[in-house]
Design a binder for this molecule. Structure first.
Ligand SMILES: *Cc1c(COP(=O)(O)O)cnc(C)c1O
Length: 467
């Protein structure tokens, strides 16, 4: 067969498009990306033919043409954002999306997000409503606040709170609470950004009520308290209780605002964890506005929630920054669901993943580790050493600083196992697994692993073992 004849055997793009399997891909991804992939694959065949003009070679190439096109299109269309197995044991892992969302929030989202929704529409009155209305009452019921709202994250909430309440005047803050939130966002920067004047009082380890009182003048716009949620000052320390700060604020007619960081709504000490100040306590103490994160210990979507006295929250709602930081409908919907879950604490602890993962007893984790280890032993050959190990991990996400939670990890060890390369391999593929390494062991901390995914996880490990 002459070269020309051979080249004429290469099908036209339109002909390939009519193949049954290709048509199926077109229904999923649309015509254009498939056409492009066919063109690319046909070009490859032409290039091949010009180097090696054999009929057999061409036949081989044509046999796999359809599959190659399908692979190319699906590979290109694969999502970059993926579900990941978190085997690090760090519950609030900012790199891994922080709080995993409650199933109920996802289910509700599927229903509420179909088509249009009443985000800013009062269905009873038939006119414009407020996007916070769907969860404001719930927040008030749970926390005891008079009013509430939410913005995109707690960094935004803190900036809004200081800007709106401080109103360009002086904002007083303790030197012991000048924290960096991460990502170069620091409390002093927030105050400076707000256009307020930063008045620092006390020292790193000690700040007294009199330190605040001394600097209060008629230019004072707010007293700011910040929960040192990602570090701890130990030893010779003193800080002012929020009750005392509130009294001082009242005496001088100055509002007290508080950035709580991770917003806890339940008393964690009831579950054997260290107590974190709750939002309820802050409101009860009389703080005028408190802000906290939606995706830390609260266990919901990324958001910054503001709650407190009506006059100040109204001021925040009207502030121009609010429009720039406003939450979208998905966040509003999820906040409504997650807050509603807190109406019953036992239900919340069971069904909000962050709370559930955090309060799982050690004994339960041990049993979980044993089950996972047994599955791995069965799946891998006997040269792989599978064990369980008592370990520790931080909660992460700037919560419960210094507190290490005991947990159990399943460890893998092999004679020629290159742990770094293996850990790299585990992160590739459609179900990436992020692990911890310890000496020459691979650690799978079962605390943050979902049991329903054990089987799929074992499959990935088995597949990668032969690298
Ligand atoms: C984490 C944290 C923030 C920032 O919250 P994001 O939701 O991450 O924006 C602000 N203040 C404190 C005290 C925090 O711990």
């Amino acid at each position: 067969m002459s070269n020309n004849q051979l080249f004429r055997l290469i099908p036209k793009v339109d002909v390939v498009l009519e193949k049954e399997r290709i048509k199926e891909v077109v229904t999923v991804y649309g015509k254009e990306p498939v056409k492009e992939a066919i063109g690319y694959e046909l070009d490859k065949i032409r290039k091949y033919l010009s180097k090696d003009p054999s009929e057999d070679g061409l036949k081989e190439k044509l046999d796999v043409l359809e599959q190659n096109v399908i692979n190319l299109v699906t590979e290109k269309k694969k999502s970059n954002l993926k579900h990941v197995i978190n085997a690090t044991g760090v519950i609030l892992h900012t790199n891994l999306g922080r709080a995993p969302l409650p199933q109920k929030a996802l289910d509700d989202l599927m229903v509420k997000m179909q088509g249009y929704m009443n985000l800013e529409y009062d269905l009873k009155a038939g006119k414009r409503g407020e996007r916070y209305s769907h969860f404001e009452k719930l927040i008030c019921e749970i926390t005891g606040a008079e009013a509430a709202m939410a913005v995109n994250n707690n960094a935004a909430a803190a900036l809004l709170m200081v800007s709106a309440v401080g109103n360009g005047k002086e904002v007083v803050v303790s030197r012991g609470e000048q924290i960096e939130i991460g990502g170069k966002f620091r409390i002093p920067d927030i105050i400076d950004q707000s256009g307020c004047k930063r008045i620092e009082v006390g020292t790193t380890n000690k700040t007294r009520l009199s330190d605040y009182e001394e600097v209060i003048t008629e230019d004072c716009g707010a007293l700011l308290k910040v929960h040192t949620s990602n570090y701890k000052v130990l030893g010779f320390t003193e800080s002012v209780e929020r009750e005392d700060l509130v009294q001082l604020g009242k005496k001088h007619g100055v509002p007290v605002i508080e950035d709580l960081g991770s917003g806890v709504l339940i008393d964690l000490s009831r579950y054997g964890l260290r107590k974190e100040p709750t939002v309820q306590e802050s409101i009860k103490a009389g703080v005028d506005v408190v802000c906290f994160s939606g995706d830390k210990l609260f266990g919901g979507p990324q958001a910054g929630i503001l709650a407190g006295k009506k006059e100040w929250i109204e001021l925040c709602k009207k502030h121009p920054l609010t429009r720039a930081m406003r939450i979208d409908k998905c966040t509003a919907a999820m906040l409504e669901t997650v807050f509603s879950m807190y109406e019953d604490e036992a239900y919340a602890v069971k069904n909000i993943p962050v709370l559930n993962i955090m309060t799982t007893p050690l004994e339960t984790l041990k049993e979980k580790a044993n089950r996972f280890a047994a599955m791995l032993k069965e799946a891998l050959d006997e040269r792989v050493k599978v064990d369980i190990l008592l370990c520790e991990n931080p909660v992460g996400g700037g919560s419960l600083p210094g507190e290490m939670l005991p947990s159990y990890a399943v460890t893998l060890q092999g004679e020629n196992l290159q742990v770094d390369a293996f850990a790299d391999a585990l992160r590739e593929g459609e179900l990436p697994i992020v692990v911890r390494l310890w000496e020459n062991h691979i650690l799978f901390d079962v605390r943050t692993m979902y049991e329903k995914e054990f089987e799929a996880t074992v499959e990935v490990i088995k597949e990668k073992w032969n690298i």
